[in-house]
Ligand binder design. Structure first.
Ligand code: AMP
Ligand code: MG
Length: 498
């Protein structure tokens, strides 16, 4: 066998076998000239691959879906979803394919999935394709999220197709993203299955979700309820993590809310510069439904849709089922609050828990909002305060006295946990591992994608290199740590990546 024809990977087709009602066998479209332009080498190694094997002509064909992998039975997955609150009974993978599953070197089962691989029976009016900009956008932001320690689907590779895709701005280079996820089960998958009114099918879906993501739920008295609770906790933890780095997902429809608790579907997402809970970047989010500060209540709303889908498996008596699910759902704000405060304590360098911590956090955020402080820079500057230098924080305020009283309170609070020089140093060092220096700021992402769209991938590669180590100050990278220059404008908008 020619070296280049060695199979890259063997896949399984468990989902296609276990839940055939929820997917359709399908193939990727033929494209004229596939070329791999981005590879996550670290992820490739985690999958047991040699990154160079992902850069061959054979790999390019595999990564656009033209050449099947051994064992692969690609499918387009079906799902429903509430989009901006309105229900669509049939969304599904309109331009995506689940190629199959594989194990990483640690034995974890993962999905390998393509996005932009051609029209499927779920495509509705869409062309089934993707432009290079939005696929590289998902690559860079998902890579950043992973480096920040936030659960996320990963981007293995982006492969250009050699074909133009037509969007509002005219023709753009086409590309396919190869995505790896602990699964592609979403709230919308459960909505889709529930609508089929087949309890045995719904039960199989619950069993698959429990086995893949929340195995302890299998032992519970009511596994479907335990699954619901596990998803609720995973999502509470996820949204808290998003907000601790200033991330706005932008399109938190129920089809974009995973059962695993991983971030999925990087469309109009963006990071805050100046802290303001009302921030919305997405051009299609006119009502601000998915604004930064609404994210916890929106995910709670999405979880209510999951609970509705699960009701028949929670109890035969509908009122009892509703009561059990509602009890858990009402605990969401408290569980979110616990996750939020615990992460915020880490950002503030607080090792223990004290009664006034919630207020201390809220008061800081309120002042940051009033002062237009840069979210990333201000939190990073807090470790300097702990080391005895307030200046970096004061530099983030319009009125340099605005935080004086708060800083005194904070100094008192820190003193409870860090009593000697060693513990002060340890607290400050821990804070520098909780507060990133580099996040993929909007202007940097736009600059990288614009260059890539015109054929220059260097700015994209540099940005990926920067965000892979978000916590370590590195020489020469000063501009990546700064907010957008004023010329970038305040009215920045993101578009639902197609
Ligand atoms: P998303 O906004 O990426 O979560 O996608 C929402 C739905 O629209 C999913 O069912 C996608 O498969 C579908 N979709 C988005 N873009 C396209 C496209 N270009 N062609 C076909 N389907 C698409
Ligand atoms: Mg989606």
């Amino acid at each position: 066998m020619d070296v280049d024809e060695r199979p890259l990977l063997e896949l399984t087709h468990r989902f296609a076998d276990e839940l055939p009602e929820l997917c359709m066998p399908w193939q990727g479209a033929e494209v004229p000239d596939p070329q791999v332009v981005a590879v996550d080498e670290a992820l490739a190694k985690e999958l047991g691959l040699d990154p160079d094997d992902l850069r061959t002509p054979h790999a390019a064909q595999v990564l656009v879906g033209m050449t099947p992998l051994p064992g692969s039975q690609p499918v387009a997955m079906g799902y429903a979803g509430h989009q901006f609150g309105g229900y669509s009974p049939r969304l599904g993978d309109g331009r995506a394919l689940l190629l199959g599953e594989l194990h990483d070197v640690d034995g974890q089962l993962l999905d390998l999935h393509l996005k932009g691989s051609g029209r499927t029976p779920f495509a509705r009016g869409g062309d089934g394709k993707a432009a290079i900009g939005p696929m590289l956008r998902e690559f860079v932001i998902s890579t950043a999220m992973h480096a920040l320690g936030i659960p996320t689907t990963r981007s293995l590779a982006v492969t250009t197709t050699g074909e133009a895709v037509h969007r509002e701005d005219g023709p753009l280079p086409g590309a396919v993203l190869a995505r790896v996820a602990s699964s592609h089960l979403r709230v919308g998958t459960f909505q889709y299955a529930a609508a089929m009114q087949d309890p045995a099918l719904l039960q199989r879906l619950v069993d698959v979700a429990i086995a893949r993501h929340h195995p302890s739920a299998a032992e519970a008295e009511v596994p479907a309820l335990a699954l619901f609770e596990a998803v609720l906790d995973a999502q509470a933890a996820l949204i808290a993590r998003w907000m601790q780095v200033g991330f706005i997902h932008g399109v938190m429809n129920t089809d974009n809310t995973t059962i695993s608790g991983e971030t999925i579907d990087y469309g109009p997402c963006a990071f805050l510069d100046a802290f303001d809970p009302a921030t919305v970047f997405s051009s299609i989010d006119h009502g601000g439904r998915y604004a930064f500060g609404n994210q916890p209540s929106i995910v709670q709303w999405n979880l209510a849709r999951l609970a509705e889908a699960l009701l028949p498996l929670i109890d035969d008596d509908q009122d009892t089922a509703v009561g059990l699910a509602t009890d858990l759902l009402q605990q969401f704000p408290a569980r979110f609050g616990t996750a939020w405060r615990s992460g915020m304590r880490a950002k503030l360098g607080l090792a223990t828990e004290e009664d006034g911590d919630g207020e201390l956090i809220d008061d800081l955020l309120r002042t940051m909002h009033e002062q237009g402080s840069d979210h990333t820079q201000l939190f990073r500057a807090l470790s300097s305060v702990v080391r005895g230098d307030r200046a970096p924080v004061l530099d983030q305020l319009r009125d340099r006295t605005a935080l004086d009283a708060w800083l005194d309170r904070y100094a008192g609070r820190i003193a409870i946990d860090a009593r000697d020089v060693e513990s002060v140093d340890a607290a400050a060092a821990a804070m520098d591992r909780a507060n990133p220096v580099y996040v993929p700021r909007n202007h940097l992402v736009e600059e990288a994608l614009a260059a890539a769209t015109s054929g220059d991938l260097e700015p994209f590669r540099r940005l990926v290199d920067v965000i892979r180590q978000p916590y370590d100050v590195r020489p020469g990278l000063g501009r990546y740590a700064l907010p957008a220059p004023v010329e970038f404008g305040e009215g920045y908008q993101t578009f639902c990546g197609t």
